[in-house]
Each structure stands twice: as structure tokens, then as C-alpha cells.
Design a protein around this ligand. Structure first.
Ligand code: ADP
Length: 660
């Protein structure tokens, strides 16, 4: 590729000199174009067009010098590689020329083609070189600006991340012992943003118990043989005494080699982890609580097995004795009464268990009504009288002179009081004292059961109402129980809108249980209590009993017969239906859960028969919740009895027929 000609502009006011220059150009080897202007003003005009690669400027241009022209052209942005042509003895301009930006100057007198050509090319190449340098500098400058902007951006991002994660940053110079903290770091240490920080300010804030360990870890980070990293949790103590947990991470940077190696900078972060520590502690406590509950449950199962076996053993022996002594009515009567007591005990245990499980599953329903507290207290005392008398305790009861009414489930409330009374009797050595006191305090009634018994160790007081909790050494001493009585007391009291507290000064200091319940005010209008009187049997009824548990069916049939009614017994649903067709019962007592044809099915089929519509259908079941009752009602039953059936209840039901 042939090179484009170099376009030269000559500014020369002397035409002879121009002609001379033109001749020299003609002698030159390279390709050039030469334009000539004679005065500086026209020169600027031509320069403005920017069509030249090199300027040749005469130093003497009439009013001004070639240097003046060059300066002006530069100021206007028309600068090009420029060579000054000087007369004789004008060498002293060299410095000035260089400053004005001229590449070279040539003495006209010594000018020849070679010199001129070399000067032109040299000027042009230097100019290009300079332009290239300038371009590269500009490029680098832009790159640097971009890098700076990216750095600022990432610093800002980091700062924002630190802020949102609540992380404080610190920077320590171990040589000058100077410390810098971000505002967040200061806030974490409880300092204002303008606070001066030093290493000793930092140490002062570290909790005294953690200071030595923290300093030790910092010293380890500065160990030249290590990797400089450090991570430590420590506590801060603010001047107001508040204690916070901190997680600090740092990295030391080293300089020098061998013996001269030492830490020159230590930077890192701090984060307030007080909340994390607190929730960790809570989780630990919870796990511990669960572990204890689990242990209590295991113990409970062991105790339960024991408690169930205790009454079962005499029942079993009793049966054997009855077989052997069948002809000895006194022995049989005696054994039977023992067995009854044991079975009652079993029923109580199972009832308690079912009730706790109902309460914990939220299935317990209260049948609240207006009750007089004195009646409930009386019933509870009657229930506990045997155990109180057996141990020869003295019970002192004190009730307010006026009646106190509560909106309560009388059965459940009796349970609360009798559980407390029974415990007082059980956990008091023979011939002890028990006080049951009721006083009214404003809108509350306060019922206290106090004894002179074995008391409760201080550390047990908080837990005594927990399920399956028992004072440990009591079992060794022969005390029996499942550890659910007080759980029932507490839950039932709370379901009545009350609360229960326990007091004991310690072992052998007696115990005191205080139950507070809201009193029924005049504004409340619960259902009136219905006292029912069992009427004497008036009519003999035909009663069909259907239960797949043969023993239960036979027993129930016997009771029905004893009550003076006619009875017919079937051991499954189909048999029951078959018998019913013949027997046409007035009343059918049906077990619900039976194989093939269950109680619901028998009831529906009976209802389909013409006489069956008026028969009284009684469901017999272990389940007595509202939901269970709704189901039996839907199936056409008139009554819903919960096992074990109480003879009085049956008597009343058979006497009343369909009236409910
Ligand atoms: P249980 O009596 O079946 O063990 P409770 O829940 O009724 O279960 O009582 C829990 C524990 O509280 C008892 O095992 C006993 O250690 C303690 N306790 C309850 N009442 C008294 C009392 N009046 N005096 C001393 N200890 C008692």
C-alpha cells in the first residue's frame, strides 16, 4: 500500500524563501504536498480546515513570530507537528519553541532537502507517538475510573450487607496501636458514632470474665507462624450493666520474612448474637424439659403397671376363694366386698387416666350449672371419708355462713376437692390434721386444703402440678399413686376460670393447696341444677340386652332381672335381632361395638319394625362425648349410657321408659 502524501503547510512572508522551500520539496524522495500562505491571519484560516499534517512556520512573520502563531493555533485546537524556520543567530529560541509545542527548528541558511525531509518525518512520527500515548492514557484513565466506580459500588454493597446483617467492621493497626470502628461496630459496643475508640476502650467493654480469653485469642492471631485467622464469641458489658453476646471474626496480615515477620494489620467483623444465644438456651431448656417429661412418662408407665397389678391380684385370688368357698356365704360376702373395693380402685385409676388424656387432647367438656359450693364440698368429703377415717385423721371443715354459688360442673369440682382431700389423707402420717377452709374474697372463693403431713420439698413445688410428677422418695416409702391427680386438679380448676397454688415449708412441714374460683354473680344465669329423684319401678318391662362381651351381657341382664323386669340376652347383633322379633322388647340395651352387625345397625333395623318404632333404644358405650352422643341419636337411640352402667341409672331409665 502506497503511503498517502504528507501534506505540509508553509507559512512564509518572503516569497523567495517559499520558492526555495518549494525547490527543496522537489528534491525530496517521499510524497509531499506543499501549500503556502504568506500571512499569519490567512494561515489560521487554512489551519482551521485541518487539512495538513505538518506546519512549517517562519519565525519572523511581520507583526508577530511563528511561535505566536503556533500558540494561537494550539489554543484554537488546530495544533499539528510544527517545525520553525529561523534566520541566522536565532538559536536562542529553542527552549521557547519546545515550550510552545514545536517539534523542531531549522536554520533557513543551512537548510537542505535531506535535513528538511528528516525533520518533517521526525516531527510527524513524534506527533503520532504523542497522540498514541495520549490515547492510551485516556483509555487507562477511563478504565481506572470504571474500576474505581466498581470498587466504590462493591464497598457500598458490602456496607449495606454489613448494615442489614447488623455486622460491625473494625480495623486494628498493631504497630501504631490505632483502632478504627464502623458506626455499626460502635453501636454494637454501645458507643455513639462520634466516640473515640482505642484498644483499651474495646477491652473495657469486654465482660471481665471474658477479657483474658479474648486477649489470648487476639495474641494467637498475631502469631507469625499461624494463618492469622481468629473467631471468638465473647460477652460485652455495657456501662448500664447490660450484657450482650458478640461473635467476632478477624484476620491478621503479616509483613516480613523469618524473624522479621510480624502482623501489620488486623481486620474483621463483630455481630451481636445475644438473641441467637438466648434462643439456643431456650431450645436447650425445652429439650431438657422434654427429656424430663419423657423420663416421667417412663416412670409413670412402670408405676401404672404396678398400680394396676395391685388391685388385680386380690380380685384374682378372690375368685379362686369364691370357687372353693361357694357354700360358705359369709366368706363369699367378705371376699366379694374386698373384690368390689379393688375393682372400684381399678375403675378410678382408669377413669383418671381417661380424663387426663381427654384434657390433654382438649376433649374434656364441662357441664356447667349453678351449684352451691357447700353441696360440692359435702359430696367430696363423703367420697374421701373412708380414707380419712382409715388413717384416723381429724378433718376440720370451715364454710362461710352464707351460700356461695358457682357456675361449675359439680362432678368435676367434686373431683378437684376430693383429689386434694385424698392427697392430704394419703400424704399425712396416721392421726394427722386436715383442714378444709372456704372463704369468700371479693368475687372469688378461696378453698384451702391444708394438712400436717410429709410436706413437699421446695424444689418440687414448681413441678408438682405436672403430669406424672411425684416426689421421688415417696415410692420407696410405699406411697402409691400415678402422679396425675394434681394435673387433673389444675386443669379442671383452670377450666372453671380459677387457679391453684401450693405452699409447703418443706419436708414434714405439711402442705397447703389453695384453689381460687370465680363466684357466680346475679347477672349470670346458668341452667338451674336439676335434682332428680329416682321413682320406684311402676311397670315391668321386657328388656333385650345385646353385648358381644358375654360376661358383661350376663351381668347386666342379671341387674335388669333383679330390678324386677323381664330380660332376654343376646351375644351378637344378628342374634339380638332374631330374638327381638319373638320377644318384642319395650327396651333394648345395645352395645355399640360388635363384630358383623354393630349396635347402630341393630338400632336402625329395630326402628324399621312396626313395634320397634315405640321401643326404647339404649346405647351402651365406653364413649360419652357430645360427638358420640350425636351419633347414637342419629342412629335412632333414645338414651346413651356410658359404661360401667350404674344400677340406679338403669332403674330410673326402665321406670321412665321413653321420657328423658
Ligand atoms: P399421686 O398422689 O397419684 O402421686 P398427684 O398428682 O395427686 O399424684 O400428686 C403428685 C405428687 O405430689 C404426689 O406423688 C406427692 O409426691 C405430692 N403431693 C400431693 N399432695 C401432697 C400432700 N398433700 N402432701 C405431700 N405431698 C403431696
Amino acid at each position: 500500500m502506497t503511503e498517502a502524501p504528507i501534506r505540509v503547510l508553509l507559512v512564509e512572508d518572503d516569497e523567495d524563501d517559499y520558492l526555495l522551500a518549494r525547490d527543496l520539496f522537489a528534491e525530496m524522495h517521499g510524497a509531499y504536498t506543499l501549500d503556502w500562505v504568506a500571512d499569519d491571519q490567512s494561515a489560521l484560516e487554512v489551519m482551521r480546515r485541518g487539512q495538513h499534517d505538518v506546519y512549517l512556520l517562519d519565525y519572523r512573520l511581520g507583526r508577530r513570530t511563528g511561535l505566536d502563531l503556533l500558540r494561537e493555533a494550539s489554543a484554537l485546537g488546530f495544533a499539528r507537528p510544527t517545525i520553525l524556520l529561523t534566520g541566522q543567530g536565532e538559536r536562542e529560541i529553542d527552549l521557547e519553541a519546545a515550550e510552545a509545542g514545536a517539534s523542531d527548528y531549522l536554520e533557513k541558511a543551512r537548510l537542505d532537502a535531506t535535513l528538511l525531509e528528516r525533520a518533517i518525518r521526525y516531527a510527524r512520527d513524534r506527533w503520532r507517538h504523542r497522540l498514541e500515548l495520549e490515547r492510551r492514557v485516556a483509555e487507562r484513565t477511563i478504565e481506572l475510573q470504571r474500576a474505581n466506580a466498581a470498587l466504590r459500588e462493591s464497598e457500598e454493597r458490602l456496607r449495606m450487607a454489613f448494615e442489614s446483617a447488623n455486622i460491625g467492621a473494625w480495623d486494628f493497626d498493631p504497630i501504631n496501636k490505632s483502632l478504627r470502628w464502623s458506626d455499626r461496630c460502635k453501636a454494637i459496643f454501645g458507643l455513639p458514632p462520634d466516640a473515640e475508640v482505642t484498644y483499651s476502650v474495646f477491652l473495657e467493654r469486654v465482660h471481665p470474665d471474658d477479657r483474658a480469653a479474648t486477649e489470648q485469642r487476639i495474641a494467637e492471631a498475631f502469631d507469625p507462624s499461624g494463618d492469622g485467622t481468629s473467631a471468638i464469641d465473647y460477652r460485652l458489658q455495657w456501662p448500664n450493666g447490660e450484657v450482650r453476646w458478640i461473635k467476632a471474626q478477624g484476620k491478621a496480615f503479616f509483613e516480613g520474612k523469618g524473624d522479621k515477620r510480624r502482623a501489620v494489620r488486623f481486620i474483621g467483623t463483630v455481630r451481636d448474637i445475644t438473641q441467637e444465644k438466648e434462643s439456643q438456651a431456650r431450645i436447650h431448656a425445652l429439650v431438657e424439659e422434654l427429656r424430663q417429661a419423657d423420663r416421667r412418662k417412663d416412670e409413670f408407665l412402670a408405676v401404672l403397671a404396678h398400680e394396676l397389678r395391685n388391685p388385680l391380684a386380690p380380685v384374682r385370688t378372690g375368685l379362686e376363694v369364691m370357687k372353693l368357698a361357694a357354700r360358705d356365704p359369709d366368706t363369699v360376702a367378705e371376699v366379694r366386698s374386698t373384690m368390689e373395693r379393688q375393682v372400684d380402685q381399678l375403675v378410678r385409676l382408669v377413669d383418671d387416666l381417661l380424663e387426663v388424656s381427654r384434657i390433654t387432647r382438649g376433649k374434656m367438656e364441662l357441664r356447667k350449672q349453678r351449684v352451691e359450693l357447700a353441696d360440692v364440698v359435702q359430696t367430696a368429703i363423703e367420697a374421701c371419708r373412708p380414707s380419712i377415717d382409715e388413717l384416723a385423721h381429724t378433718l376440720t371443715v370451715s364454710l362461710p355462713p352464707h351460700p356461695i354459688y358457682l357456675n361449675a360442673d359439680p362432678h368435676r369440682l367434686t373431683q378437684v376437692i376430693s383429689n386434694l382431700l385424698n392427697n392430704a389423707a394419703k400424704y399425712t402420717l396416721n392421726h394427722g390434721q386436715i383442714w378444709l377452709t372456704v372463704v369468700q374474697q371479693d368475687a372469688e372463693v378461696v378453698l384451702t386444703v391444708k394438712d400436717t403431713g410429709i410436706g413437699i420439698p421446695h424444689e418440687m413445688l414448681d413441678r408438682i402440678f405436672n403430669m406424672f410428677t411425684q416426689v421421688e422418695r415417696l415410692h420407696e416409702m410405699g406411697y402409691r399413686g400415678l402422679g396425675i391427680g394434681l394435673t387433673l386438679v389444675k386443669s379442671l380448676t383452670e377450666m372453671h376460670g380459677g387457679r391453684v397454688e401450693v405452699y409447703s415449708a418443706g419436708l414434714d412441714q405439711g402442705s397447703e393447696f389453695v384453689v381460687r374460683l370465680p363466684i357466680l354473680t346475679d347477672g349470670d344465669d346458668p341452667k338451674q341444677i336439676q335434682h332428680s329423684v329416682i321413682p320406684p319401678p311402676a311397670v315391668v318391662r321386657r328388656v333385650l340386652v345385646v353385648d358381644d362381651n358375654q360376661a358383661a351381657a350376663d351381668m347386666l341382664s342379671r341387674v335388669v332381672a333383679m330390678l324386677g323386669h323381664q330380660v332376654c340376652t343376646a351375644y351378637d347383633g344378628d342374634q339380638g335381632l332374631e330374638m327381638a322379633r319373638e320377644f318384642r322388647p319395650d327396651v333394648a340395651i345395645l352395645d355399640l361395638g360388635m363384630p358383623t352387625t354393630d349396635g347402630y345397625c341393630v338400632a336402625r333395623r329395630l326402628r324399621e319394625l312396626p313395634w320397634g318404632r315405640s321401643a326404647v333404644l339404649v346405647a351402651l358405650t365406653g364413649w360419652g362425648q357430645a360427638e358420640d352422643r350425636r351419633r347414637t341419636k342419629e342412629a335412632g337411640f333414645d338414651h346413651h349410657l356410658v359404661k360401667p352402667i350404674v344400677p340406679e341409672q338403669l332403674q330410673q331409665l326402665l321406670a321412665n321408659g321413653r321420657t328423658k
